[in-house]
Write a protein that binds this ligand. Structure first.
Ligand SMILES: [Zn+2]
Length: 307
């Protein structure tokens, strides 16, 4: 078996406008680093299908789905908030991004892959059940986690979020849902200014000050995430893989490097091997310094694929 790599050319067509950091070049930077690092031939490529509306509806309200669809412009762009916009191709790209996460979940549960990474955009973890924000239209990871619970009948899944920003959308989807344990760290105080005061017992969200570096983050993972994950015994692990806590990334002010992403992924893999038959589906969230993003995804993939 191997690691599946899900992506689709439609994800390159989503255009937030010139100078926007969440740009198609992000996915191209990942592709370039896969080739440069020669791991391209060691992962299995899959084309992401389109998600269906009823897949989205496991997390999002029908009103939200209808709203996103209705805001699709015939040409130009429509602004959903100061950071988030849609072009004519955005809805289809968003369906591919969610569709990748769902297809990867099916493949991993059916045993076709050990684990999988979805190299997709738009990202998802800021999208709440009834609100698009922070570059996100639909919450890809939350949709895939609900798919695992409700379609495949899993009883416990973990969502791990190592993006520099708090995954407010994922927390909104799962707070109080005892089938899901969410573990994250994030820079605080920082966009979207949530997560530091979450009291739901299934949320392990750790706010960290700006300039926090890898050793401190590893301690958080070791002392705060791993005991909760091992106690929860997830049957599958979903990862909101944002790489904007990298020290070269200007959208965050933390100090992680590629080795830290490899180490965090190793820990996730160890929990998955112990409790979840190794099952991990990881989806790209943030990461805006193109070189650091490509290198960090390679480090993440090397750990997932054990190469
Ligand atoms: Zn982010």
């Amino acid at each position: 078996m191997a690691t599946g790599f899900y992506t689709h050319p439609d994800c390159l067509q989503h255009d937030n406008g010139q100078w926007h950091p969440e740009c198609p070049a992000r996915l191209q930077a990942i592709e370039d680093q896969l080739i440069a690092s020669r791991i391209d031939s060691l992962i299995e490529r899959e084309e992401a299908p389109l998600a269906e509306e009823n897949d989205l509806a496991r997390v999002h309200t029908q009103a939200h789905i209808d709203y996103i669809k209705s805001r699709t412009p015939e040409h130009g762009r429509s602004e959903l908030d100061p950071d988030t916009s849609m072009c004519p191709a955005s809805y289809r790209a968003a369906l591919r991004a969610a569709g990748a996460a769902i297809a990867a979940t099916d493949a991993v549960i059916e045993g076709r892959y050990d684990n999988a990474f979805c190299s997709v955009r738009p990202p998802g973890h800021h999208a709440e059940p009834a609100r698009a924000m922070g570059f996100c239209l639909f919450n890809n990871v939350a949709i895939a986690a609900r798919h695992a619970l409700e379609v495949h009948g899993l009883q416990r899944v973990a969502v791990i979020d190592f993006d520099v920003h708090h995954g407010n959308g994922t927390e909104a989807a799962f707070t109080g849902d005892s089938r899901v344990l969410m573990c994250s760290f994030f820079q605080h105080p920082f966009y979207p200014f949530s997560g530091a005061d979450s009291h739901a017992p299934n949320m392990v969200n750790v706010p960290l000050p700006a300039r926090t570096k890898g050793m401190a983050v590893r301690e958080v993972v070791d002392l705060m995430w791993l005991p909760r994950l091992n106690e929860f015994k997830p049957q599958m692990i979903f990862v909101s893989a944002g790489f904007d806590a990298h020290r070269e990334d200007d959208l965050g002010n933390m100090g992680l490097v590629e080795d830290d992403y490899a180490w965090i992924t190793d820990q996730i893999r160890a929990v998955a091997n112990r409790h979840a038959q190794g099952r991990i589906v990881s989806c790209l969230e943030g990461g805006y310094n193109l070189s650091a993003l490509g290198r960090s995804v390679v480090a993440h993939l090397r750990s997932l694929a054990e190469i």
